[in-house]
Design a binder for this molecule. Structure first.
Ligand code: FAD
Length: 322
């Protein structure tokens, strides 16, 4: 690991000022469960690490008039064990409980989970060319690509690894971002970017900004929420594919729906096409199959990952009709 300076900042203002002064040579750290591995492998080689866990008042789960707010330094375990979150947002609670291992959930933060870097084995290995790092081509195209993207890849075919992100997008969460000029709030869906927008970053964050909190509105009244995750091992493992759903049904008609797939694309994949077909329609197997087929018609599998199309279809069917 390259040597670096450790900076424990006590306020958000001090943290972003430190990042700003470093002009790209400093990185924020939550629990370090991802960042330290990246530094050991020299994928990331900062001069300075700014510890956000030392910032006062960045670790909270708060209820307000419009819903809940979760501070970026809140641990995944705190979300997992929050009764209030489990009652209001089962999809989030379920997602938090299947992340990695209990030790990583105790240490890893919500901010770190949303901002974690891709798990693509070519990205994580400095010996193999990687377009996202600084290479001239993506090794996955002609290489091992069974866990790579079937949607939204363009040049680079990483999948977004976060379990919290699809669940929070299904809940219509917003991201509050803090920088030297103040703060801004964006829909969490728009926090993430595809390679065609930015090949080297997974989020819209600039080098001198941090994710401060996520804001979750009240759930759709009477909604059903579910998070499904398929992984090779039942513990300690990233999703091969995941599916987050919030759906509101009145009578047999779907009044509102938010459906998001994880691990199929370089960002959490909101299924707008399927949602538009299902909104206002009856919740029947025929309508569900039609919506799934239309959504997945956009999929462009690589040489080894066409199975993800069938898996995605089955998981959406289970979430909607199970
Ligand atoms: C063995 C293993 C298994 C795992 N399995 C899963 C899994 O199944 N599902 C899953 O979702 N995750 C999984 N993870 C990832 C893990 O959940 C994340 O590493 C953890 O939540 C990240 O949190 P952290 O606070 O430790 O992030 P850190 O390691 O501190 O940071 C991760 C990245 O986010 C940036 N960052 C951190 N906080 C902020 C912030 N507030 N604003 C801006 N940037 C920030 C850092 O600069 C860094 O680039 C796994 C990790 C390991 C090591």
């Amino acid at each position: 690991m390259k040597s670096f300076a450790y900076k424990a900042t006590s306020s958000i203002g001090e943290a972003v000022a430190t990042l700003d002064q470093a002009k790209g040579a400093a990185v924020p750290m939550g629990g370090g469960t991802d960042l330290v591995g990246l530094m050991k492998n020299r994928i990331v080689t900062p001069e300075q690490v700014v510890d956000l866990k030392m910032v006062d008042g960045l670790e909270y789960i708060r209820k307000d008039a419009s819903g809940y707010t979760i501070g970026a330094a809140t641990t995944v375990a705190d979300v997992q064990y929050s009764k209030e979150i489990a009652d209001a947002y089962p999809v989030l609670s379920q997602a938090a409980s299947v992340i990695a291992s209990q030790q990583i959930r105790n240490q890893g933060t919500v901010g770190g989970n949303l901002c974690q870097r891709p798990r693509c084995w070519y990205f994580r290995n400095t010996q193999t060319p990687c377009l996202r790092r600084d290479g001239t081509y993506c090794s996955a195209v002609l290489g091992e690509n069974k866990y790579h993207a079937i949607l939204g890849g363009a040049g680079c075919f990483i999948v977004h690894p976060s379990d919290l992100a699809p669940a929070l997008i299904a809940l219509d969460a917003k991201a509050k971002i803090s920088g030297p000029q103040g703060s801004r709030t964006v829909a969490l869906e728009d926090f993430f970017v595809l390679p065609k927008e930015d090949l080297h970053h997974e989020t819209i964050l600039k080098d001198n900004e941090i994710l401060e909190e996520v804001q979750i509105p009240a759930p759709m009244p009477g909604s059903k929420q579910v998070y499904l995750k398929h992984r090779i091992r039942q513990v300690w493992d990233f999703a091969i594919l995941s599916c987050a759903l919030q759906i509101q049904v009145q009578g047999n008609a779907i009044r509102d729906i938010r459906l998001v797939l994880g691990a199929v694309a370089p960002k959490p994949w909101r299924c707008h096409t399927a949602e538009n077909i299902l909104r206002g329609a009856a919740l029947t197997p025929e309508n569900v199959d039609r919506a799934i087929k239309a959504e997945l018609a956009k999929a462009r599998p690589m040489t080894q990952n066409a199975y993800k199309i069938d898996l995605a279809a089955e998981m959406m069917r289970q979430a909607l009709l199970g």
